[in-house]
Design a protein around this ligand. Structure first.
Ligand code: NAD
Ligand code: GLY
Length: 389
């Protein structure tokens, strides 16, 4: 069920909203960019004027989808027309199952038909699916054109719009075809979350909780205090959660942009989670839902491996995820050999080396560790953590 207001009923930006506005920087030398977090951003041309994206005469192409477009594309088009000579929007079909070559080609078709050139700027307006695909299209078109992320889900605001990972899915593996390609700007308009379905808000909370679990136990404690406010879309709580999540992501990405080491910790829960998404068929489980169940499995595997004896951490994580409305058990993805199917899917993972799966696990008090695990232990955890409550 969609939550609260339609986009057209949102209040104009006021002084309080301005106070909530924050700018962070992802420091990557010549590829550095700002993340602006606040309200009223979609209607504020000054926000996009800071993009250093392109000359104001450049053509702007908004990539959105059939759900987000009707809510927000007109407003963004109006705003961008103050900066760009030509602005248009392309609406993609909505859903994880469309994150593929066919849909990516719709973007290239549109760019070519509209005569987009190297000075054109692509704006991704939507959740992580739109952002990942538009970013990949921007990375490839004419060998790279500027793009701006305008994320409209909590998950995209706290995670997928930041850091430059772009991709499409392959039937054999999640996000397996893509590129590292940084945006010129990320504009997180918190007001867009007012129309987000509750299930999608919960999915975003999974990634927020991930940052606490792997990086900042004080943030984890803050989440335990403020989870109800977040689920009620309290603007101050949301602003803090998005800001702290983006800060952590920016800190990690700044140190390891292309995931040669540290950045892998951001995949806590994702190895199991991606197997759930692919195993159930893309779109059946939301990305955040897979990550939630996956984080519990990773915490359990950490105990099984003896990396920690802190079973309280796994319990705490499970409780917080459940309060966020998220699954804490994985689904059965194969009727006869469930664990075997998980293992098969998890071997197709970008962290795998020579066919060996590498998991992000936790040591004492949320310290993340990346390592391999014996299949027998992984099987035991999957058997324990799947399906029946
Ligand atoms: P999504 O993009 O599918 O959006 C979820 C749903 O919400 C969609 O139906 C969408 O149309 C709708 N929606 C979006 N904004 C809305 C709004 N403001 N109001 C009403 N409806 C709205 O899913 P997501 O959770 O945003 O992103 C998941 C994707 O992100 C996955 O494909 C995942 O692999 C990817 N991801 C990428 C990274 C990265 O670093 N690039 C990180 C995490 C996840
Ligand atoms: N979402 C994981 C990453 O950006 O590295």
């Amino acid at each position: 069920m969609p939550r609260i207001a339609r986009a057209s009923t949102l209040e104009p930006m006021d002084k309080q909203a301005l106070r909530l506005r924050q700018t962070l920087t992802v420091g990557l030398g010549a590829r550095s960019y700002d993340i602006v977090i606040g309200t009223g951003l979609l209607a504020d041309a000054a926000v996009f004027g800071t993009a250093a994206a392109a000359p104001s005469s450049a053509q702007a192409l908004i990539v959105t989808n059939t759900t987000v477009g009707p809510l927000y594309a007109d407003r963004l088009m109006q705003t961008l027309s103050q900066r760009h000579a030509r602005v248009s929007a392309l609406s993609l079909p909505d859903g994880e199952s469309y994150k593929n070559w066919e849909t990516l080609n719709l973007i290239f078709d549109d760019l070519l038909r509209k005569g987009a050139d190297r000075k054109s700027v692509l704006y991704a307006l939507g959740g992580g699916v739109v952002g990942d695909m538009a970013g990949f299209a921007a990375a490839c078109y004419m060998r790279g054109i500027a793009f701006v992320q305008v994320p409209t889900t909590l998950l995209a605001q706290v995670d997928s719009s930041v850091g430059g990972k772009t991709a499409i899915n392959h039937p054999l593996g999640k996000n397996m075809v893509g590129a590292f390609y940084q945006p010129r700007l990320v504009a997180c308009d918190l007001e867009t979350l007012n129309t987000l379905p509750a299930r999608e808000l919960s999915a975003g909370l999974a990634e927020v909780i991930k940052y606490g679990a792997i990086y900042d136990m004080a943030f984890m404690a803050w989440l335990e205090e403020n989870l109800d406010a977040l689920r009620a879309l309290d603007p101050r709580a949301l602003a803090h959660a998005v800001r702290r999540s983006c800060q952590i992501k920016a800190e990690v990405v700044t140190q390891d942009e292309r995931e040669s080491g540290l950045r892998a910790i951001l995949n806590f829960g994702h190895t199991f989670g991606h197997a759930i998404e692919a195993g159930m068929g893309y779109g059946a489980w939301l990305h955040g839902e897979g990550v939630a169940a996956g984080m519990v499995m990773a915490a359990e595997l950490s105990l099984e491996m003896g990396l920690t004896d802190d079973s309280a951490f796994a319990q705490r994580l499970r409780r917080l995820l459940a309060r966020a409305g998220l699954p804490t058990r994985g689904p059965l993805i194969h009727p006869a050999d469930n664990a075997g199917r998980y293992l098969e899917l998890m071997r197709v993972d970008k962290k795998s080396e020579a066919g060996q799966i590498r998991f992000v696990l936790t040591g004492a008090a949320g310290r993340a560790i990346v390592c391999a695990a014996p299949d027998a232990l992984v099987r035991r955890v999957i058997d324990r953590c799947c399906a029946a409550p």
